[in-house]
Design a protein around this ligand. Structure first.
Ligand code: SIN
Length: 363
């Protein structure tokens, strides 16, 4: 009889324990064992990636490609969520949002990064890069190494560089052909001491305005003019609010692709490796794609026939270049000798190379 009661109590305790485990496990969000076939949402690492341009731009397309490659390479254990068009943050607050971990990835322009790491303004120097190959060389040499290294003390990891393209001048108050045509015009600019100095030497005034407010500021007449790539002019429909475009290829617009440092350091080794591989593949693809996107949209822009277009001749280009040469000395204190010397060397090395893809001679 005592054995019978003993067995009964043992079974009862077992049942209560099993029910208890089943009940509590519903509220417990510890991920269950990794399953290659079925990855539950709770197991996915989410990377929020915020940027200010549209999906059909070089950066928007690169971000989509990166998200796809990360999904493939991590077997869907890492998901990159994309927030284009400044839907989360714009240029004024995106770097801080990254540093505070509100988003895990951003890809600001070189100029925007120069607000936290001034050396990045080296990439804004006018007429520093002869063509896209020279820019690529800058990314992959001492210049790129120094710029990426300088981010770490700011709590940022630089995963790479994505290009957009060479910048062109637009205006709503007359065509810009000679340096004197810039006099007294109000230019919308990205925040950068180099860009400020550039327009100062052209005797124009500048206002720094975030990208998602550029159309409105041109439409309302708050600014008269601006500089941007064909893809940004096209995708933001700036041709509706600027009557003139000068194909000047005077400076380069590109991006640092940045990740929050402590988020990166907490990722398991296999995910970091997969993300780094995805970044490398995306970058190779994106920098080629940027050239063809700008070219396609240049052709679309011509078809629209809404802007008067002037293609800067080699003589006019030399005139602009001479006017802007003093900018180099003026900004050296912010950029530092080592980077400036690397730029001079690159400029000399590429000086007899062909011009950028949207050629001022051939198009
Ligand atoms: C961007 O391409 O990220 C924006 C550039 C701009 O603000 O002009």
């Amino acid at each position: 009889m005592r054995t019978f009661w003993g067995i009964g109590i043992f079974i009862l305790i077992g049942l209560i324990t099993a029910i208890g485990i089943g009940f509590f496990s519903q509220f417990n969000n510890t991920p269950s064992a990794y399953d290659d076939e079925q990855i539950g949402l709770g197991q996915q690492t989410i990377i929020k990636f915020s940027y200010v341009v549209a999906e059909n731009t070089p950066k928007g397309l690169a971000a989509q490609e990166f998200a796809r490659l990360v999904k493939d390479k991590t077997n869907d254990s890492v998901r990159v969520e994309l927030f284009p068009n400044a839907s989360l943050y714009n240029e004024t607050d995106e770097v801080e949002a990254l540093q505070r971990g509100r988003v895990q990835m951003i890809a600001p322009s070189f100029s925007n990064i120069s607000e936290v790491v001034p050396e990045w303004m080296v990439m804004d120097l006018p007429f520093a890069f002869q063509n896209e190959a020279a820019v690529e060389q800058a990314f992959q040499s001492t210049i790129g190494d120094i710029l990426l290294r300088k981010l770490e003390p700011e709590g940022i990891i630089g995963l790479g560089f994505w290009g957009n393209g060479f910048q062109q001048m637009t205006s709503n108050r007359g065509l810009l052909v000679h340096p004197e045509d810039f006099r007294d015009l109000r230019f919308r600019i990205l925040p950068s001491k180099v860009i400020e100095a550039q327009f100062h030497h052209l005797k124009a005034t500048t206002i720094s305005i975030p990208f998602n407010q550029v159309y409105r500021s041109m439409e309302s007449g708050k600014v008269d003019a601006g500089e941007n790539t064909i893809s940004n002019i096209y995708s933001k429909k700036l041709y509706e609010v600027q009557k003139h475009l000068t194909l000047s290829n005077h400076a380069y617009l590109g991006y640092g692709v940045l990740m929050n440092k402590s988020f990166w350091e907490k990722l398991p080794q296999n995910q970091r490796k997969a993300i780094a591989e995805a970044m490398q593949e995306t970058t190779a693809w994106a920098n080629q794609n940027a050239i063809s996107t700008n070219r396609k949209q240049w052709e679309e822009l011509i078809k629209k026939n809404q802007m008067g277009i002037h293609i800067l001749s080699p003589e006019e280009r030399r005139e602009w270049q001479q006017t802007l040469e003093p900018v180099y000395q003026e900004v050296e204190p912010y950029i530092g000798k080592e980077l400036m010397e690397a730029v001079y060397e690159l400029r000399n090395r590429f000086s007899d190379q062909p011009p950028p893809a949207l050629d001022y001679n051939n198009d």
